[in-house]
Structure formats: C-alpha cells, structure tokens
Design a protein around this ligand. Structure first.
Ligand code: ME8
Length: 519
C-alpha cells in the first residue's frame, strides 16, 4: 500500500461573517475526499483556513467598532467551531494574519521582484469591495459589479503590477498539456477562452488602506488581498521559511492534488495563481475543481443576499451525518443544485431512515434475538444460494465502482454505488425471511443469512464512512469491530469474510429516527 502524499485544499473563507451552508459545502466535499484517501492509504494533508485581510474585512471591523485584528480574532473561532460540529478532519488551518503566512508572502514578493516580474504603475478603475475585485469600465454592468451586482468604487492609486500579460501563451500550453487542471470540462472551456481573449497586467498592491501584508520593498503598499489569499496554499506548507522541516513539507505535498473552489473564483485559481507560480519557478497545482452554487428558491445563497442559513440549524434537526450526506448526494458536484427542506426530509427519510438505518437496526436486532448477539461463523458451504452469491457479488464490485466515481469527485455516484449494496441487503433480508427460519428452527440457514447481511453492513459502513464518518464508526462499534477511523487499506478491509465469528453485535438506538415535516 503506497503512502504517496495527497494534498487537498478549500478556499480560505472571508471572515466578514460566520460560515454558512455554501462555505460548509466546499469544506464537506473536501473532507469526504480527504477521509476516503486516508482510507486508501494515502498520506493526506487537508488544509482549510481564513482570508483575514483586505478592505472588506477592514470595513466589517469598522462597522463593528473594533480593530481588524480584534474582528478576525473574534470570528476565527466560530469557523473552527462549525468545522468541528461538521466533523471536518482538516490537518492544518491557516489564517492569513499568522506569521508563517506573512513571511511566505513577503518571500514571494521578493522573489518576483528580484526576477523582474513586477513594476510600478498607476491604476485607475473600479473596485468591488465585497468581491475584492478590479473591474474596467467596459466590464461593469449598468455601472455595477458584473459578478455580484453591487456598487463599485472608483479608485486611483500608484500600485505595483505583476506582468500577468506575459503569461497567456504559457498558460494555454499548460492547459493543453494538463487537461485535468481545470475541472469540470465546462469550466476549463471558460478559462481557456478567457485567456485566449488576452490578459492584462494585474495590480497587486494597495495604498489607500493598510490592512494587509506589507510589500517588503515598497513602503506604504500592502498586498492585494487575492494575491495574499492564494499564497496560503504554499505558505501553509512552509514556503518562505528557512527551516529544513518546512522545506521537506513543501517538497512532499506540493503540487496540490486538488484545490476545491466555487465556480465564482476560478479565474483567480486557474489564471492568476498558476501564472504567479510560474513566475516564481514553482509548479502549478495538479487540479482545480470548481463546484456549482447551492441555490435556494432559484437564487444563489449568500451572506450578502441574506438568504444564507447556518449549518447549525440543520444539524440540530437532521444530525451531522445526514447533513453531510444530503449535500453530497442530492447535488451533483460540479453543477448548481437547488436545496430545500422538502428534499432534505425526503432524502433523510428515504435513504437514511428507511434504507440504511432500518437495515442496521433490524439486522442487529435479529442478531441479538436469534443468536444472542454473537456474529455467526462464515458458512461452511461457501457457494450458498443464488441470492447469497448476488449479495457477495454486489459487495465485491463496490470498491472498484466507488473508487472510479470518487476519482472523478462524483460523490453522488459513489454514494449510489454504496446504496446498491444497502438496498440489495434489505431485499435479501426480506426474501430470506430470517424470522421464518427462526420459527422453523432452521438454525443453519439462519446463521448463513445473518452472516451475509452482517458482512454487507460491515462493508457498506466502510464506503459510507467518508461522507458519514460518525454513523459508520457507530455501525462498526455495534458489529463489535475496531475503530473504523483506523482503516488505511479499504480494499483489504472490504474483502468478504472480515467479520470474526463470535463478534459481539449490539442493537443500540435508531441511527436515523424518522423526521416528520412540521409544515
Ligand atoms: O471567495 N454555493 O471567500 P468566501 C456553493 N476569500 N458554494 C458557495 C456558496 C454557494 N451559495 N457561497 C459560497 C472567498 N460558497 C475568498 C477565497 S481562496 C484563495 C480565497 C463557497 O468566504 C465557494 O467555495 O467568499 C466559494 O468559492 C467560497 O465559498 C467563497 O468563500
């Protein structure tokens, strides 16, 4: 089993408000792939963090009558709390106000300056503070930000510029040579046509406010917040540090396997970021995956629109695993997805309460009742009935089907594959009717049936674990097995026959008690 590194990141979120369903969505998706890759034996580094500089944050602080540092320090723990509530297994958490980050940003500036990629110029144009984005006259729509529709500010500043315009051809060559760099395909086309249209040099410093990383060679200039933010992906690995341990960490995990981002921020990640890295002589990341927006009643959910819900309100009602499941199962990753209370209740009652929860509870119940809670031994007649064989075949093909889908970040498809096993296991129990076998005293067949169903549950728990880690851990506990979080070879663990005879099976409480729509 290879321990090859796997580095996955989320965007670092603005601390102008607390996390909402949108930011939680990206983070849960990254968490699920991080957990799955750990289970396949990879040495995973999963990074998330906070974007704490810039005009928008400075404004939020001012509105609250506190200093920017006080403001970010008051919001940062709220993110940490929500990630903990959602079972996020990040290995590192970077804040752009940390010393390790500032040091890295400054080292990066110095390198680009020394290599001649920067020059001083004058910027005059528009700026959208909520999006922290520059716009030209032609780009505005009815005088408003073309991205978010809000007011823009006119700015005139002496800035430092990055020679982004010189990277057009290199970027196009890079996209052609690395077709997986921008995913999904539609986003790739968008990026290619944007670059083909020609790139302008980018203003990378600001002088009209001071809440940012100072540019080492330019008094009074702070780093444009997007440049500051993008660098988190390498400063977290120790870029810019003299410590050999940091250098080793950087060499081990860079280039990143995946940057997960929303489709609103792909130009930063797929154009500016690789160009910055090329200028510094650093390899670009292997892949940027842009997912779609969560929509409520047809509108993008966002903090500014005021239609953002808190994850806590839903977790309280549905539980953390059902929350994670819903977003990854009901929304096709990469596309926009409408979310609603109705569809969440439907998924919960259908897939979780009826299928998965019910399978576990009836089976554990019967094992307690008919076998005094002791898992039966593997049947002597390995072949068994046709239905036994079908159940084993579905379980046997699950690892490959699941891997194929997860390798494309098709979470919904991967969960569907796991559900084939769960659904068939329910049918298998129905058709094999252990209650009748018990009544008729057919102990031999009863043991075979329960053994098969328990094995199916054990294996289903493995493949639902990346998305529903707490439930899978509980299922394994009830099967009398060890800590599922310790599994680092999911293929070996998923081999048929892993349940030891005599393992103590307990029934426990319902995993997903049915929810009734209050309306
Ligand atoms: O853009 N649906 O931070 P941010 C799905 N700091 N995802 C959504 C969403 C929605 N309705 N709303 C937000 C920033 N997101 C920068 C990033 S990275 C170097 C700097 C998610 O707090 C989506 O991933 O505005 C989007 O890209 C991210 O939140 C933006 O978070």
């Amino acid at each position: 089993m290879s321990m090859s590194p796997f580095y996955v990141t989320t965007p670092i979120y603005y601390v102008n408000a607390e996390p909402h369903l949108g930011t939680a969505y990206t983070t849960i998706a990254a968490d699920a792939i991080a957990r799955y890759r750990r289970m396949t034996g990879r040495d995973v580094l999963f990074l998330t963090g906070l974007d704490e500089h810039g005009q928008k944050i400075a404004q939020a602080a001012e509105e609250h009558g506190v200093s920017p540092q006080e403001w970010v320090d008051s919001i940062a723990p709220k993110f940490a709390e929500v990630w903990e509530m959602l079972g996020i297994s990040n290995d590192d958490f970077i804040r752009t106000t940390e010393e390790r980050h500032k040091r890295g940003v400054q080292a990066f500036w110095q390198k680009l300056h020394d290599d001649g990629w920067l020059y001083q110029g004058h910027y005059e144009g528009w700026y959208c503070v909520p999006d922290e984005t520059y716009w030209t006259d032609e780009q505005l729509e009815d005088g408003m930000c073309p991205q978010c529709g809000r007011e823009v500010q006119h700015i005139r500043e002496d800035n430092w510029f990055f020679k982004l315009s010189e990277f057009g051809d290199r970027l196009l060559e890079f996209y052609a040579a690395n077709p997986g760099f921008v995913q999904p395909e539609t986003r790739r086309n968008e990026v290619v046509s944007f670059v083909t249209g020609g790139l302008k040099d980018l203003s990378i410093s600001r002088t009209t406010f001071s809440w940012g990383v100072p540019i080492p060679f330019a008094e009074g200039h702070v780093t444009y917040v997007w440049i500051d933010a993008l660098l988190n992906y390498i400063t977290a690995l120790g870029y810019g540090s003299d410590d050999p341990a940091d250098a080793a960490r950087f060499a081990r995990y860079w280039p990143a396997d995946y940057h997960f981002v929303g489709k609103d921020i792909i130009r930063f990640h797929c154009v500016i970021w690789p160009a910055m890295l090329m200028a510094a002589g650093i390899e670009p990341p292997k892949s940027v995956f842009a997912h779609g927006f969560l929509l409520t009643k047809g509108e993008k959910m966002s903090k500014s629109k005021g239609n953002a819900q808190t994850p806590a309100s839903l977790v309280e009602r549905f539980g953390v695993d059902a929350y994670r499941y819903y977003f990854l199962r009901d929304v096709q990753f990469g596309q926009d997805g409408s979310i609603s209370m109705e569809s969440m209740i439907q998924r919960y009652n259908g897939d979780l309460a009826n299928d998965w929860g019910n399978l576990c509870s009836r089976l554990f119940n019967m094992t307690e009742k008919y076998l005094s809670g002791a898992a039966p031994a593997a049947p002597a007649d390995a072949a068994g009935t046709a239905e036994d064989a079908t159940l084993r075949a579905i379980a046997g093909s699950l690892p490959e089907a699941y891997e194929e889908r997860m390798s494309r970040l098709d979470y919904a498809g991967a969960l569907e594959a796991a559900w084939e096993l769960i659904k068939y296991a329910n049918r298998y129990i129905e058709n094999s009717a252990p209650w009748t076998l018990a009544k008729e005293g057919d102990d031999a067949r009863l043991a075979v049936v329960l053994y098969h169903a328990l094995e199916a549950v054990r294996i289903a728990a493995l493949f639902t674990a990346p998305v529903m880690p707490a439930t899978s851990a509980e299922v394994w506990r009830r099967l009398g097995l060890g800590d599922i979080a310790q599994v680092t070879d999911i293929l070996a663990a998923a081999e048929w026959g892993g349940l030891p005879a005599g393992s103590v099976v307990t029934k426990g409480e319902s995993l997903f008690p049915r929810i009734y729509d209050e309306e």
